[in-house]
Design a protein around this ligand. Structure first.
Ligand code: FES
Length: 85
């Protein structure tokens, strides 16, 4: 698996949607993936607040709204097989 970059908003609006918790959990998942895993970056408000934590994956233009760690893992294509390997 090539390294994937995930930018997670740390603005107040996204913190209300658990962006801190999602980022923490993603960092923990990354520790089990090895060097090619996921690079987690916290970024300032992206001006699309509400409806979930704002996340940009691999510098794509689209900002996705995430409500849980499972939402991000699905977008990244990281399944339970990778996590237990
Ligand atoms: S607080 Fe996250 S997009 Fe504004």
């Amino acid at each position: 698996m090539r390294q994937q970059n995930v930018k997670i908003c740390k603005g107040a609006g996204c913190k209300a949607w658990s962006s801190d918790k999602i980022a923490r959990e993603l960092i923990e998942v990354n520790e089990g993936l090895g060097p090619e895993g996921i690079r987690v970056c916290r970024v300032a408000c992206m001006n699309v607040c509400g409806g979930g934590a704002s996340v940009r994956v691999n510098s794509k233009n689209k900002i996705e709204k995430m409500k849980s760690i499972e939402d991000i893992l699905e977008v990244l294509g990281v399944g339970t097989a990778e996590l237990t390997a």
